[in-house]
Design a protein around this ligand. Structure first.
Ligand SMILES: *Cc1c(COP(=O)(O)O)cnc(C)c1O
Length: 232
């Protein structure tokens, strides 16, 4: 895994050079879902401090077992009844996919005295199987989202339609970036971050402006089982 992390790191650095971006403009989330705390320890020992998990039940014992210096992002779908537990454990939530959920997270955050960082998930490909705001819908509700004072909206996140090669994802990454630019102009939203790119396409995502890439199997190896319906 140390070797695979090194490989991912050097590919990120090369993509930043190609895109004319400083290396510090992209952060790597090591997606550790399905892998045990020991594997996370091993990757953390190489200097990786940011990890991503997508299920609360699975993440809780791992977070408890590992040093508090490790930072955690919640990248999976958010169930209402898990919000109260997710908020204190994770520094950022990537998949806010409706105004209703955003409002609820805002309310719970107020009760807990927190100001959580969140991303708004956009279904750029319009796939029926995927969660997220439709691009037209997010433009309609953006000012309501900005009115939720507890939420620190970082930017947009997407999981593009699966394609045969990394290049297939480029147009979806461009679409997310352009939607972000549009929202910034129309709603005056400060959406500095783009969470996009996974093991198969993170280099393309960086070329198109990703500030956070979520990379699992390229670091940890193939997952033995699936976590949520759409992603292994
Ligand atoms: C599992 C997962 C990833 C990582 O996928 P890999 O292909 O293993 O890199 C990234 N983002 C989300 C939302 C995921 O659920």
């Amino acid at each position: 895994m140390a070797e695979q992390l090194g490989e991912v790191e050097s590919r990120i650095a090369a993509a930043c050079v190609r895109a004319g971006r400083p290396r510090e403009s992209v952060e790597l989330i090591a997606v550790s879902k399905t892998f045990p705390a020991e594997a996370i320890s091993e990757v953390a020992a190489c200097g990786q401090v940011l990890f991503g998990e997508s299920r609360l039940q699975e993440a809780e014992p791992k977070i408890a077992a590992l040093p508090s210096s490790i930072r955690w992002h919640f990248i999976g779908g958010v169930q209402r009844n898990k919000v109260r537990k997710i908020l204190p454990l994770f520094e950022c939530i990537h998949a806010i996919d409706s105004l209703k959920l955003a409002g609820y997270v805002d309310q719970v955050a107020a009760e807990l005295g927190l100001f959580p960082k969140v991303f708004l998930q956009v279904n750029v490909g319009g796939e029926a199987s995927k969660g997220g705001f439709e691009p037209g819908e997010i433009r309609e509700v953006m000012s309501s989202l900005l009115g939720l004072k507890r939420l620190q909206i970082q930017g947009l996140m997407t999981i593009p339609p699966a394609g045969p090669e990394a290049e297939s994802a480029r147009k979806w990454f461009v679409a997310l970036r352009e939607l972000r630019d549009q929202l910034q102009q129309e709603a005056g939203a400060a959406l500095h971050q783009l969470s996009m790119g996974m093991s198969g396409d993170y280099e393309v995502a960086i070329e198109e402006g990703a500030t956070l890439v979520r990379v699992g199997s390229a670091i940890f190896g193939n997952r033995a089982y699936r976590v949520d319906g759409e992603l292994g």
